[in-house]
Ligand binder design. Sequence first.
Ligand SMILES: Nc1nc2c(ncn2[C@@H]2O[C@H](COP(=O)(O)OP(=O)(O)OP(=O)(O)O)[C@@H](O)[C@H]2O)c(=O)[nH]1
Ligand SMILES: [Zn+2]
Length: 440
Amino acid sequence: MSLSSRGDAASEHRAAGGGRCGSDRPRGSAVAAPPEAEEDPGARIARRLRAVHRAVGELRRGTPVLLRAPEGPLCVVAAETAGARGLGALAAAALAPPLLLLAPARAAAALHRPVPQGGGGREPPPAPSAGEPAGVVALRLPPALLSPEALRGLADPTAEALLPPQGAPASAGSAPAGALAAPELAPGAPPLAGAALALAKLARLLPALLAAPAAEASADRLDLLAVPAAWVLDYPATAATSLARVAEAAVPLEDAPEARLVAFRAADGGVEHLAILVGRPEELAAQGEAPLVRVHSECFTGDLLGSLRCDCGPQLRGAIRRMAAEGAGVLLYLAQEGRGIGLVNKLRAYRLQDAGLDTLDANRALGYGADERDFLVAATMLRALGIARVRLMTNNPDKLAGLAACGIEVAGREALRFEANGVNDRYLATKARRFGHLLA
Ligand SMILES: Nc1nc2c(ncn2[C@@H]2O[C@H](COP(=O)(O)OP(=O)(O)OP(=O)(O)O)[C@@H](O)[C@H]2O)c(=O)[nH]1
Ligand SMILES: [Zn+2]
């Protein structure tokens, strides 16, 4: 069986960078890591991961963070969570008026017009979005838009429209709203804009941040967390390769009484991923056979609630049943909700889909890539289980390519298709047409 994807239906998503392994970000001077003293490599990795993890927490709390690089720090606060205190701290740190950093699709919506390719951004996008419509766009905001409510409206396409199209009357007799309080395209984005957006994505927030250059001393002066931009960009790959087994127990399942769960955790104590082992797949692997493997991204709505919007629930149960029938298999249950954008953003994407966008364009309208996952996490877990060859249960050619790129030999593909249910028809059709899924 050919493992390559259908040549005639090369998906635009894959052309945009699907199926990679870990970070392939360019290493430019703008994000070079600072020199570090001699340190045990494990301790160094854990320290870097922890620093990024803490920065993620600060953004989620609405507190600014200082991104460090040789060019000088950039102070950023997330548009979604910034309150008056966060904006005050950013203003106190700022050496110049702040800019709003957005993904191109969101910037175009905020400006009510297309943005030039590259959008004035000077830095290539970070790894999770490599190949997506490029760049980060910076907007200048008039003072009226430097409020928490206005920033949330600019960041969130599902928020009530705060800004009528430029020139459209806000209400009878008043001046055009756009003339009073419209964002403007800035000539360029700051050098660390890509790292800023990457940090917001790690926080599973809308990728929209207010950013200003700051002095090094502002970290101490204002008690702000500072983290090297390079560590932010490296976080997904570093976290994935640091995964280690932390717990294991037998968990008999309705469909597979001989099941065990193995939990994996990254060195920063961050998000945990699970392997569900049916039978003894490690023994098959030790004998040189390729066990059945499913790489399943978490879907709270489909897996747990039985949502009809997707096909995740039937795929989860169906894969476990097939493994039980065959006597062995591994299902990796990865904490990659919503193809890596998180549950809150997936709900937002559903709102946009209810308004007419498909699943791919909805992600982009939020400022995310079509698929933010990479499969280094899965490859690391499989290797830790002693499994280097697999028969992969999937319809997604990116998973085949992604695992192979991470050094796992994909000896075969097992389709995992379920009939459309009357609600998910368009979703499945989009997966086939725009992601190149093998659903025919
Ligand atoms: N962003 C977003 N995520 C979705 C949507 N519908 C389902 N998901 C998420 O998509 C992920 C499931 O995708 P998958 O089933 O791995 O895998 P796949 O890419 O479809 O490939 P298969 O292996 O063939 O199933 C889960 O994390 C779901 O939460 C959607 O409309 N938008
Ligand atoms: Zn789902």
